[in-house]
Design a protein. Structure first.
Lengths: 309, 352
């Protein structure tokens, strides 16, 4: 690590922090610009009750003051305030509850898609223009162009309803199988294509020819020489993949009724639970921003050929 | 004169004027080809892109033409007639089945137009709903990418043309918007715009489009111009420095000639291609939002909302999910493949 690297990392970290701050600010002001306020739909609210409620949640103060308190609570106490619809519970507790399921779902999906994607991509590259390669490419092209909600609904129709092989409800451990497959298929297809093209690129390099000329065996060329370099572009995909899995889980959890953070987010929008909407947006956004930051830094650290600006 | 290979004697024959015969040899017999003609030729040779183009054309034309003479409309509930009790026999018809009154008509020897995909749970002809939903999805995709194209081009060319401080500020804003998680912001903003816009546009002409679609356009205008403007800026910056621009300038070309003959033709293909590739992503986003209930307003269908409605009756009517699923995948796939083909044909530089 030289100073240039550290400078680059520092710059990226600052940009990430700034981005999270922008997300917090945009979310806050956008949610407060909605006409009607959070208590409009409530049953039997007299003006007096409404005023008391607003005072309790600090909604009667000037908006800049509310913003200041909100920001300070997040930074100092990691506190996103109380939920409006689930009385007596803090937003952050509800989010952590949902996060347990969603993280399990997302991490398994990410791991599966990475493993299968890399293996399939390597196979396709080695058997270039042969039947196996063609089949893999056709299938992955189809998967890449299918939206996650379509994929999820079709899997649900096929495996849970037609074949009755797997449960449709995602609240049990076995029920997570279908949502995991749904979430994993798109990134898997993407990683397969990415690995294939970068592997082909690497296999054409001079040092691979040298290794071949020395008499190194086929598998050793792949795993000892080609794999390491061909995985670098794949590494850059991990940030976008996480973003995909987060947004994909919004619909996938909806389809399979998984009690995760994605479902919380969607239901908090329909319920108009303002602190919940803000809290989930900010936490998910921060997660994506941090993941992008880590991939970006890792990418530059792993590949010494890349220069720092 | 005998050639002497290792001397410096000049072969004088090489400097005699060309005869008429020699000149004829140099005349090109084929018509001169333009950049556009070459591109079309390359595109035509690309089988995958050509087939995708035909598929898009068929889907687009049928979604535009069919609703105008189809006997059913996307919103009329066939079992509901004013002044009569609701005829439930029209709800949830299987493909090519008929409602009770239609059955009677057929027995009387009348011809009844078939319900090719049956009807939905409210007794609406499903085929025309799919067709109309395709039209809505395509229109949303097209308009959204036009909005992105305009905003991105304007901001990108301002940034590239003026350079300096303006460029710096615009590019910082682009960086920040670029690092925002787009889907989360889209969902948040369209939820908020939906709540804000619904009372505002009530009673105006915009109401028929629906607050959701308008908020989708606003969100696209706010967030998705960044990659387009980056692209345009890069194009302008690099094209300005190209040798052929320098050579044109050296041979006395004026600004207008350079812009119309060099900069625009070299820039436009990249711009149009990326706008074309924007369409499937817009369709994707719209269907995603419709699926979450943030898309088009009922009873207007879109492919996403049709798929989401189909989830309720999935065990009995799986085809209601499969049909919009196939259509949407087909549209996105062929638009992507066609866009790739366009890129290969009109911008060979990008691919190499």
């Amino acid at each position: 690590m030289n100073t240039k690297t550290l400078l680059y990392i520092g710059k990226r970290v600052l940009l990430a922090i700034f981005t999270v701050w922008v997300v917090i600010t945009v979310t806050f002001f956008v949610m407060h610009a909605v006409p009607g306020g959070p208590f409009v739909g409530e049953k039997a609210t007299t003006p007096a009750v409404q005023a008391a409620m607003e005072a309790k949640y600090g909604l009667d103060k000037p908006i800049m003051e509310q913003y200041g308190t909100y920001l300070k609570d997040i930074v100092t106490k990691f506190d996103f305030g109380p939920s409006l619809k689930q009385r007596g519970r803090q937003v952050i507790d509800i989010i952590f509850d949902g996060m347990k399921t969603s993280l399990k779902l997302g991490l398994i999906a990410a791991a599966l898609s990475a493993i299968f994607g890399i293996v399939l991509g390597a196979i396709a590259a080695l058997r270039r223009n042969k039947l196996v390669d063609r089949i893999i490419m056709v299938i992955t092209t189809a998967f890449v162009s299918m939206p996650s909600f379509i994929m999820g609904s079709l899997l649900l129709a096929l495996f849970a309803i037609k074949l009755r092989a797997l449960p449709a409800n995602g609240s049990t451990p076995e029920g997570l199988i279908l949502p995991i497959i749904t979430l994993a298929l798109y990134p898997m297809a993407y990683i397969t294509r990415l690995t294939r093209s970068s592997m082909l690129d690497v296999l054409g390099q001079d040092y691979i020819r040298t290794a071949r000329a020395k008499g190194v065996s086929g598998p050793r060329i792949i795993f000892g020489h080609a794999m390491k370099n061909s995985l670098i572009p794949v590494l850059t995909y991990f940030g976008p993949m996480l973003a995909y899995i987060v947004t994909g889980s919004l619909v996938v959890e909806q389809i399979f009724a998984v009690p995760g953070i994605g479902r919380l987010f969607v239901s908090s929008i329909t319920n108009r639970d303002y602190p919940m909407i803000m809290g989930t947006t900010i936490i998910l956004a921060a997660l994506i921003v941090i993941m992008n930051l880590v991939t970006d830094i890792l990418y530059k650290v792993v590949d010494p050929r890349i220069t720092f600006e | 004169m005998k050639s002497k290979k290792f001397t410096f004697h000049v072969d004088l024959d090489m400097f005699t004027p060309a005869s008429a015969e020699d000149k004829e040899y140099m005349v090109q017999m084929r018509e001169s080809s333009t950049f556009f003609k070459d591109g079309v030729k390359r595109l035509y040779k690309n089988k995958v892109a050509f087939v995708s183009f035909i598929i898009i054309l068929i889907i687009a034309l049928s979604s535009i033409i069919l609703p105008s003479f189809w006997p059913y409309s996307y919103e009329s509930q066939l079992g509901v007639h004013p002044g009569r009790p609701v005829d439930a026999s029209y709800n949830n018809l299987k493909p090519f089945e008929y409602g009770r009154t239609e059955q009677a008509q057929i027995e009387n020897g009348e011809k009844v137009f078939p319900h090719i995909f049956g009807t939905d749970s409210a007794g609406r002809d499903y085929f025309i709903r799919v067709i109309y939903g395709t039209r809505v999805s395509l229109a949303v995709g097209l308009f959204a990418s036009i909005i992105v194209l305009i905003i991105g081009t304007v901001i990108g060319s301002i940034s590239g043309y003026f350079g300096g401080k303006v460029d710096l500020i615009i590019m910082r804003i682009v960086d920040i918007i670029y690092s925002l998680p787009d889907m989360l912001m889209v969902i948040l903003l369209s939820a908020v715009f939906k709540m804000t816009l619904t009372p505002v546009i009530a009673g105006t002409a915009l109401e028929s489009i629906g607050a959701n679609i308008i908020s989708l356009f606003i969100v696209f205008a706010l967030l998705y111009w960044v990659s387009m403007s980056r692209l345009i800026r890069g194009q302008i910056l690099s094209l300005r420095e190209q040798e052929y621009v320098l050579s044109a300038r050296a041979t006395g070309a004026k600004g207008k000639w350079i812009i119309t003959k060099h900069l625009i033709p070299n820039c436009i293909s990249v711009v149009i291609i990326s706008a074309a590739l924007q369409i499937p992503s817009a369709i994707f986003t719209e269907s995603y939002l419709s699926f979450l209930g943030l898309g088009v307003n009922a009873p207007m269908p879109s492919l996403g909302s049709l798929a989401s409605e189909a989830l309720n009756g999935l065990s009995s009517y799986p085809y209601r999910l499969v049909i919009p699923a196939i259509v949407i995948s087909l549209i996105v796939l062929s638009l992507n493949l066609f866009g790739d083909g366009l890129r290969d044909a009109f911008d060979p530089k990008l691919n190499s």
